[in-house]
Design a protein around this ligand. Structure first.
Ligand code: PMP
Length: 319
């Protein structure tokens, strides 16, 4: 169901101060990421354009990474400039060895775990976090998929109540993604106590009478970087937006349902649990307007990067 594929077989990755082929990257089994799922990750798109490759909404991704680390008491190993430089290093290494073409969109995956220590649940003192960065080509959903929309299924949200933390403890999400796969669906949309939360790896949006609704920011959902973006795009498009609780029945009576994530951007859901969404089960006008606005936002950031407004990356693109 994920849009990421076409990855080189053995990309160059960063692990604990070293650039190594993925096939040679190793972490000790006592890494707390392995033993406890005690870590944080982040996934940020890097869009290719005529002037180079620009990370999209990068400051927001880094801010969410910092927030997640802080919430679980891991000291952020880099500041924003440090993360930017590190990702650029991995990008450059993969371009140099032919794993990533300069004109390819990419996705940066960053993971920080608490580090390696004798097994014991509470935080050990004085250990170094494990830092891993991987950059892969990003294949965005194509025009055919956008025109057709995607099929989703629904299920009860059984995850923990710290979904705002982008934790590598993803078993609840993995089970929901597997449920979708087993039902030949793109995504599982979850409800907690009869209220919409989110997908296994996406935020969910509901359109009714031309207005857009989303569950409010809370510990029950991960606030996607597209959450704030789409909120901004509604203003640009003159679409009324309201963050509020959405009952299951409202989702099922929606005119349109949308899902968003870094790798999917924005996609229309045209079937839910085997029934067409809206009156005709076709992507709607609000999707079309927001998708177009999303593409304009990408072009604007790319232009700003080329013109140097988006400071640090401009220097690295030219260097
Ligand atoms: N919710 C969950 C559970 C996710 O895994 C994701 C994807 N990271 C999102 C929402 C969307 O976040 P973003 O827009 O930052 O990709």
């Amino acid at each position: 169901m994920t849009a990421v594929c076409d990855a080189p077989l053995d990309p160059i990755v960063y692990l604990n101060r070293e650039l190594v082929p993925l096939s040679e990257a190793r972490v000790p089994v006592l890494d707390r990421g392995f033993i406890f799922g005690d870590g944080i990750y982040e996934v940020a798109p890097l869009y290719a354009h005529a002037g180079g490759r620009t990370p999209f909404r990068f400051a927001h991704h880094l801010a969410r990474l910092a927030r997640s680390l802080e919430k679980i008491g891991i000291v952020n190993p880099f500041d924003a400039a440090g993360w930017r430089a590190l990702i650029e290093r991995v990008v450059a290494a993969n371009e140099a060895d032919g794993g990533l073409r300069v004109d390819q969109n990419a996705i940066a995956y960053v993971q920080v775990t608490r580090g390696v220590a004798k097994r014991g649940h509470a935080f050990p003192a004085g250990i170094q976090p494990t830092v891993f960065v991987m950059v892969s080509p990003l294949n965005l959903p194509g025009a055919a998929q956008r025109a057709q929309g995607v099929r989703c299924v629904s299920a009860e949200d059984r995850r923990w109540l710290n979904c705002d933390i982008k934790s590598v403890s993803l078993l609840g999400n993995v089970l929901m993604a597997q449920y979708a796969a087993e039902n030949d669906a793109f995504e599982t949309i979850q409800f907690r106590d009869g209220l919409l939360t989110e997908g296994s790896s996406s935020n969910v949006w509901v359109v009714k009478d031309g207005a857009l609704f989303a569950p409010p920011r809370s510990q029950k959902i991960l606030e996607g970087i597209r959450y704030g973006l789409i909120e901004e795009l509604t203003q640009e498009c003159g679409i009324r937006f309201e963050a509020r609780e959405i009952a299951e029945a409202e989702l099922r009576a929606a005119d349109e349902i949308l899902v968003s994530s870094a790798t999917k951007e924005l996609l229309p859901v045209t079937q839910l649990d085997g029934r067409p969404v809206g009156h005709d089960g076709k992507p709607g006008a609000v999707f079309a307007a927001l998708y177009a606005a999303y593409q304009r936002a990408k072009a604007k950031e790319a232009l700003e990067a080329q013109q140097g407004v988006n400071s640090e990356f401009r220097e690295r693109i030219i260097a």
